[in-house]
Design a protein around this ligand. Structure first.
Ligand SMILES: [Cu+2]
Length: 496
């Protein structure tokens, strides 16, 4: 009988489209032990380091980030080369206030071309990380961000055709904007407002990242990292915490649930707080999406261990322990002055009747390329121009019953109208920029376009699909700045 390689087995699993366990015996062939040899919940949780500005003036905070290689310990006793923002994995956390401007200088000391997208921010086109607006090694670029909405953002590489590799190697970090209205709500704040950046990775037997896109289909790896730590345990007090969950994986979606059967309290989407909290037993999140959840540990006696688990999804490839994410250990008593009010924010729902047109996008794979309306990425093709303030409905049609496409628009926040004619999931009803388009699903979203003018990209956020052509671009309004009009400059850079 012909022996099949692990790669072939994965490819078959991907083509089968189901949740397939890799047969025993293929697991260790030439690779690290499955799961990198890590026993879940044996490594301590950590938070990304906070990045302080190098300088402030009356309107602006100035930050600097050097993209460089470094050697870090992810698997105990092994060293992994990463490409990191400031050499850390994931990148440092930026916390900013609404209304203050940020200038972030990105310096490229890597061997590859990079482009930085601050995902979710309505940045001007020239600071949005346009795919061909790259920073070469030895160059730098100062990105200017308006911080006009309190929400959970993330910055990550958007290099043309190389996004999967560059993000996989470590180029992703969280960026939080807060405003006074939100702070006044008395939600858990400070140390109790915690990033959870979830990613899957695979490791070689020597501990290196082992990227495999399974014949340009997807990345489905066997080690679940939270803030760069495999299946961590986090010591918590018996009180409420606010978690900002970011799925920064290449292709894997997650369906979170608590081992106790208790509810997660969803309070925020990609675009910040929802209108009101949503109690949910499970929460599904695709690559690129962000959700904010409250977990209330006050009901648990000290000593309780609560696992954050991951339920199966039809287009995921499972491995041992991909059904777990992390564990919360309730270790101390604290008073809790925080609250979760019934009204979080006023969100104006855009009525369907406000739309002046509907656009259809058929998501498909043709001759191995991932396409929208039979088109792949073409830097010279701009699909359409949307006049300022026009409300449009975008309809994503995915006729195939295998695989999912998280569809992401730059430059705008939208709302989901429906999925296969049914209402969105309760926790999807907020401002969003990534929409989960599942197996054989049609998803309709609505938005008011052109609050700023210019050319913006839209694409699938399965970065393997994105790299393999499932990306395009559109224009909004008139007189927008060319996205490549603020090119990176060679070092040395003047003082910020
Ligand atoms: Cu896709």
């Amino acid at each position: 009988m012909k022996k099949i390689s692990r790669r072939e087995a994965l490819k078959m699993a991907a083509l089968a489209g189901g949740a397939v366990l890799i047969p025993i015996g293929l697991q260790n062939r030439g690779y690290a032990q499955f799961g990198g040899g890590v026993v879940p919940f044996t490594l301590p949780f950590r938070r990304p380091p906070l990045l302080n500005p190098v300088r402030k003036d009356s309107t602006t905070d100035y930050y600097q980030i050097i993209m460089r290689k470094s050697q870090v310990e992810i698997l105990p006793g092994r060293t992994t080369e990463i490409w990191g923002y400031n050499g850390v994995f994931p990148g440092p956390l930026i916390r900013q206030s609404k209304g203050r401007r940020s200038v972030v200088r990105f310096i490229n000391e890597l061997d590859v071309n990079t482009a930085i997208h601050l995902h979710g921010m309505e940045s001007p086109p020239q600071y949005d990380g346009y795919a061909t607006d790259g920073i070469l090694r030895g160059y730098y670029k100062d990105y200017v961000y308006p911080n006009n909405l309190a929400a959970t953002y993330w910055y990550h590489d958007h290099g043309h055709g190389q996004t999967t590799r560059n993000v996989y190697m470590g180029l992703a970090g969280m960026y939080i904007v807060q405003d006074n209205e939100e702070l006044a709500l008395q939600l858990p704040q400070g140390d109790y407002d915690v990033p959870l950046i979830v990613q899957d990775r695979r490791f070689t037997s020597t501990g290196l990242f082992d990227l495999n896109t399974n014949n340009q289909t997807n990345v489905m790896d066997d080690v679940i990292l939270v803030n760069g730590v495999p299946w961590p345990y986090m010591q918590v007090a018996n009180r409420k915490y606010r978690f900002r969950v970011l799925n920064a994986s290449s292709s894997r979606s997650y369906r979170f649930t608590l081992s106790t059967g208790d509810n997660l309290i969803a309070i925020g989407t990609d675009g910040g707080l929802m209108a009101s909290p949503v109690n949910t037993q499970e929460l599904r999140i695709a690559p690129g999406e962000r959700y904010e959840v409250i977990i209330d540990f006050s009901k648990y006696p000290i000593g309780t261990q609560v696992e954050l688990r991951n339920l199966p999804l039809p287009s995921n490839t499972e491995s041992p322990n991909t059904d777990r994410i992390m564990r919360f250990d309730v270790v101390r008593a604290e008073t809790d002055n925080s609250s979760v009010p019934n009204v979080l924010r006023n969100i104006e729902l855009i009525p369907e009747s406000a739309a002046v047109r509907t656009r259809d996008f058929v998501l498909d794979q043709i001759n191995g390329r991932w396409v929208m309306n039979n088109n792949g990425w073409d830097v010279n093709r701009i699909d359409f121009n949307i006049p300022s303030n026009d409300v449009e409905i975008w309809r994503f049609l995915h006729p195939v019953n295998v695989g999912i496409h998280p569809m992401h628009l730059h430059g705008i926040k939208l709302q989901m109208l429906d999925r296969n004619g049914q209402p969105p999931l309760p926790y999807e009803r907020g401002w969003k920029d990534v929409f989960y388009v599942g197996e054989a699903e049609t998803v309709r979203v609505i938005g008011r376009f052109g609050s700023q003018a210019g050319r913006f990209m839209y694409h699938c956020h399965n970065t393997v699909h994105e790299d393999f052509a499932m990306m395009s671009q559109f224009d909004m309004g008139q007189g927008g700045v060319n996205p490549t009009s603020a090119r990176a400059k060679p070092l040395p850079a003047p003082p910020l």
